[in-house]
Every structure is written in C-alpha cells, then in structure tokens.
Design a protein around this ligand. Structure first.
Ligand code: FES
Length: 361
C-alpha cells in the first residue's frame, strides 16, 4: 500500500467494541452519501449537454460505424462509441458474462447511540466478511450499517443470513432496533480486478464490470480511465484492467470449478427439482416443479394466486431458484434475477422468464 502512495499502518488497537489481533489502518479515506453522489453525477451530465434515459433497456448491440443499439421499445440509437457499464455485460457477443461470478450481499442498519460509534469504516478479512460504518441521524444518534453474509445467487437461506448479520450487530454494537435491511449484487472476475476498457475483439465498445463490491471507488476510476481511452490518452496502468487479459493460472482453475458448478445447475437442478406438486407450493413462496418433464418456476402469492414461468434461465439455460426473502427467482450460474412473475430484474439475461399458461390445475 505504501508503494501505491497510501498512508497505511499496521495497528493492534481500533475503536471497534471488540479486540482484534491486528488491523491495517489507511488514513484519509472518504465516506459519502451514494445517492447524493449519483444524483450529482446525473445533474453534471445534463449540465454538460448530455441526456440520461432511465427505464430504457437496450436489448441488442451491433458494433460498426456507427454502432447501433436497439431498445426494448424498438427505438434504434446510433453511437460512435458505446460503454457497457451494466452489472454484467448483457451482450453475449462480448463473451464476458460467463467468465464472471455473481455474489449477493446483505446489509442491515439501525440507530445506535453516538458514543457507540466506532468511527471510520471497517472491513474484516475473514471468509464471512463484515463491513461496518455509520452515518449521521437527525436526532444526533448514528445509523449503524453492517454489510456481509455474501452468497451466490440462488443459494437460499437468506432469512438465516439476515439473522446472523442482525445478531452480530446486536452483540457487538447493541443495535436492538434494526430499521432497514436490503441486499445488493455485484460481479467478480477470475483474478478479482475489474474489467475496464475496450471489450475483447471490438473497436468501439468499452465495458466496465466485475467491481467485486468496491463499486464506488472503481466507478470513479472507470470514468477517468474510459475518458482517457476515448481520447487516446491511454494511461500506463490501463493494461491492469484490460478486459482482454487472461490470467492462465487463475482462469484455468476458476473456469474448471465454474464449469463443474454450472454443469450441476444445468443437470443436477433438474434432477433435484422439488418433489412436491404445484398444489403444494406454499403461500408467499416459489418452487421449481417438474411438470411434463419441464422445470416450471411456480410462485404462490399471499392470497393463493399462482404464477408459473419457465424455470430455465434465458441466458444459458440453468435452472433458477426462489429467494423467499426477496420474492425473486435467481439464476445460480451467472446471477440473472427475475421478479416472481418472471420479469427481468438484472442480467446477464436480457429477456424475462417465459410465461407458462398451460399449467395443470
Ligand atoms: S445467468 Fe447465465 S444461465 Fe442464468
């Protein structure tokens, strides 16, 4: 870290309410309000003559001069250069989405007295990561935010994961009143550094992905790096993030593991699909039920109404799993997510789950 110009020191004392064997302390970090920051960025784009279009999904990209982007509503946008800065690159011709792994993470938050504020921001290095910070509340207390319990989409047991995080917040910080909880998803490359730069095999398409849960800082760096690349001022460190890089050792091992895991989701999930029938799907939940040999994702709402969609992910055909806590279908292979009725929430899939209208019963 010192070689990178950061003021860092090894310490054994912190302001955390429990002892630590050791910690790496980095001075002069900044914590800021993410929404205000994003709103400020959007306003800066508009103030500089740009336009921001929300809720406009791009479903197709053809690279050329110009590049052509088709939206789900049929409009065609022409662009000299395209930056694909989505969670996972949603265009299959970029051949990146299957080399990324997806991870979900949970956050719980609640007020604590100001004198229990540990100050600063903390992150553990243990396997079961905990990240700790606080934010000011109008009444003088602090809002404690604990992040952790990362898991692969579709892995389930989300309620238990939240409970573990809440128990930890209570035990260490006395946060008895958990007022907020939410989850987020990110992607990670095989060597853990993001891919930021020109997409492999393209001239006019750039990508930014694989932030590995450090999106605020990587996002800032992406803006600078891609602006430099677009104006032919390639910085000497650009290769570090080049999406065309392949780390043979990392990539070979990770790919072999991923292929084995994904093969399990193509085949194993079908075999181990829930043994119950459509009638047995509990209220407020969803199950993958095999009907006439097809894996069907069946959801029953709190009133007993059923919705059935194909359980086959339109990205590469893995079988989705239901997340009871968020009422979503999640694909264990590359992290696509869908609402209970099959509506696409996030890629790499760029289509919803197919509706099933001929479910028996
Ligand atoms: S996200 Fe790739 S198969 Fe579902």
């Amino acid at each position: 870290m010192k070689n990178a110009g950061l003021e860092a020191a090894f310490v054994t004392e912190t302001d955390l309410p429990f002892p630590v064997a050791g910690a790496l302390r980095v001075e002069d970090q900044i914590q800021f309000h993410p929404r205000r920051y994003l709103v400020g960025l959007a306003e800066a784009i508009v103030a500089n003559g740009g336009r921001v279009h929300e809720n406009t999904r791009v479903t197709d990209l053809k690279e050329g001069e110009p590049c052509l982007l088709r939206t789900e509503h049929g409009a065609v946008v022409r662009a000299r250069e395209v930056v694909v800065a989505t969670l996972a690159p949603v265009f299959e011709q970029l051949r990146l989405s299957t080399r990324l792994s997806a991870i979900r993470e949970l956050v719980v938050a609640g007020p604590i007295p100001a004198d229990r504020d540990p100050g600063g921001m903390y992150i553990t290095r243990e396997l079961s990561t905990r990240s700790v910070r606080t934010a000011p509340l109008p009444d003088g207390r602090r809002l404690l935010l604990i992040t952790g319990e990362g898991f692969a989409p579709g892995a389930g047991h989300v309620a238990e994961r939240y409970e573990r995080l809440i128990d930890w917040a209570r035990k260490h910080f006395g946060a008895t009143d958990i007022t907020h909880r939410w989850s987020a998803q990110d992607t990670q490359t095989t060597d853990t550094l993001p891919w930021i730069g020109r997409a492999p095999g393209t001239e006019h398409v750039f990508v930014a992905t694989g932030y590995a849960r450090s999106g605020m800082s990587h996002g800032v760096m992406t803006g600078r790096l891609i602006a430099d690349l677009l104006t032919d001022r390639t910085p000497p460190w650009a290769d570090l993030y080049d999406p065309s890089r392949v780390h043979p050792a990392h990539e070979a091992t990770a790919t072999a593991e991923d292929v084995a895991a994904i093969a399990g989701h193509y085949v194993g999930d079908r075999i181990s699909a829930w043994s119950g029938s459509v009638e047995d799907v509990p209220k407020g939940s969803g199950r993958v039920v095999t009907v006439d040999g097809r894996p069907c994702a069946v959801h029953r709402d709190e009133h007993g109404n059923l919705t059935a969609v194909s359980a086959t992910c339109p990205h590469r055909g893995c079988v989705v799993a239901f997340n009871d806590t968020e009422s979503t279908w999640e694909c264990p292979c590359h992290g696509s997510r869908f609402a209970a009725d099959g509506t696409l929430l996030n890629g790499p899939a760029n289509r919803p789950l197919e509706p099933i209208t001929d479910l028996p019963g």
